[in-house]
Design a protein around this ligand. Structure first.
Ligand code: SF4
Ligand code: SF4
Length: 416
């Protein structure tokens, strides 16, 4: 369906709905010809490679899906390597040895946060899970610069969530939007979880952090995580199934309501210089941006609370910079991603810099790769647990030493 017909269909549906509810329908302005934004169309005369690059440059959603796919494949690769490492460990050394991939530490957020605080307070990066801390720093840096973009561009759980609500849309033609009065308290759950984790960790002294980080439990935290899923209890399995089913009917159920990582990135993103910006004068009020926003942000209304505004910014901590709204807007230069650098009130649209989705996406990937790459190059990536030590610990895995309760680990000696 062309953009013009999309607008028309949406307007008619909306007008019917509004007249049924006695609401004044929105007036959709016509787009002046010179302001019509053309949708990307592949040039079939180009070679497949040039067509691919052309599409990456001009179709933000294709670019984003490609980055998402690349990260899913990277996680699968890490998963296969870790599976082979586990196979060796569980075989008591009879199977072939495969080195543990450090990237698996990206799935140890608690260890990463402890490592970060320990690094800040002690000045030394731990050698048990250094990659966990480097990955956490890379993700926070991406969020500080480019808002919560990690969630919609890189996170494999975010990609799974997005696939699930899209499946729901295919099956039921739409997703459920949670009532506003329930949405706010549910959204605050992830902040409460974040508060709980950060408070528990922040209350630990450097010595406590040191004890935890070097404990037998933390040394095998990734192995424990693998065993948790490989020998999953029926309670945990049902919890995951329920979360996945909820994500089919409600967009990004886990990410929106429960993910403490998302809460942290949402807060970090508040200082980002980039904002989705709507130019009120040229906006035709078609509401297509709001319709496609997976975070249920009323993009078509931003900035209109004050009649003096010429532009409006999306401030919401839920905006994941997915660029769906920007891609969908049919009017040139009306919904854009702008930096607020050099912005002057009153002349903001002239002074701030508009950033193309391609540049923005490249920045997201670039910042992440630069920081993790720096970690690898400076030797802060591989841990100090040797092959022999892993073999020893695999044999001891049933010992109470490899348990923990709410951040505290059993006492251990120098030989444990
Ligand atoms: S406001 Fe735009 S960029 Fe932000 S989440 Fe919604 S659709 Fe994505
Ligand atoms: S900003 Fe939103 S409402 Fe305005 S023209 Fe663009 S898509 Fe339509």
């Amino acid at each position: 369906m062309s953009t013009e017909s999309k607008i028309l269909t949406f307007a008619i549906t909306n007008q019917t709905k509004n007249s049924e509810n006695n609401i004044t329908p929105p007036v959709i302005k016509k787009i002046p010809k010179e302001l019509r934004r053309k949708k990307f169309k592949a040039d079939i005369s180009l070679s497949w490679y040039k067509r691919f690059v052309d599409r990456l440059k001009n179709d933000s959603q294709f670019f984003r899906s490609s980055v998402q796919l690349a990260f899913v494949l990277l996680c699968l690769w890490i998963g296969i390597e870790f599976y082979l490492f586990m196979k060796w460990g569980m075989s008591e050394g009879t199977a072939s040895y495969f080195e543990r991939p450090p990237g698996v530490e990206g799935f140890l957020p608690i260890s990463a946060l402890m490592g970060l605080l320990h690094w800040i307070f002690s000045g030394t990066l731990n050698t048990i899970h250094p990659a966990a801390t480097i990955i956490l720093i890379a993700i926070i840096a991406v969020s500080i610069v480019m808002k919560k973009a990690f969630c919609s561009w890189m996170c494999p759980i975010g990609t799974l969530s997005e696939s699930l609500w899209m499946l729901g849309q295919q099956l039921f033609k739409k997703n459920i939007t949670v009532w506003k009065w329930l949405d706010y308290p549910l959204r605050s759950l992830k902040y409460l979880l974040l508060l709980f984790f950060t408070y528990s960790i922040a209350m630990m002294s450097v010595d406590d952090l040191n004890v935890f980080i070097n404990s037998p439990y933390n040394k095998v935290a990734d192995i424990k995580m693998y065993l948790f899923f490989a020998e999953i209890s029926s309670f945990a399995l049902w919890t995951i199934i329920i979360l996945m089913l909820a994500s089919v009917v409600i967009k990004n159920f886990w990410c929106r309501f429960l993910c403490p990582y998302g809460a942290l990135l949402g807060l970090a993103g508040l200082v980002s210089p980039f904002r989705i910006t709507r130019v009120i004068e040229t906006c035709i009020d078609c509401e297509l941006c709001t319709k496609v926003c997976p975070s249920n942000i009323k993009v078509h209304q931003i900035g209109q609370a004050n009649s003096n505004n010429t532009i409006g910014h999306v401030w919401s901590d839920e905006c994941t910079s997915c660029m769906r709204c920007v891609e969908e807007c049919p009017v040139k230069e009306t919904l854009v991603l702008r930096s607020r650098l050099n912005e002057t009130v009153g002349q903001a649209t002239k002074k701030s810099v508009s950033v193309s989705p391609f540049v923005f996406g490249s920045l997201i990937v670039g910042v992440f790769i630069a920081i993790t790459g720096l970690g690898i190059l400076t030797g802060h990536w591989h841990n100090s647990v040797s092959k022999d030590e892993y073999q020893f610990r695999f044999q001891q895995m049933d010992s109470p030493l490899y348990n923990h309760a709410r951040g505290s680990v059993p006492q251990y000696g120098p030989n444990d």
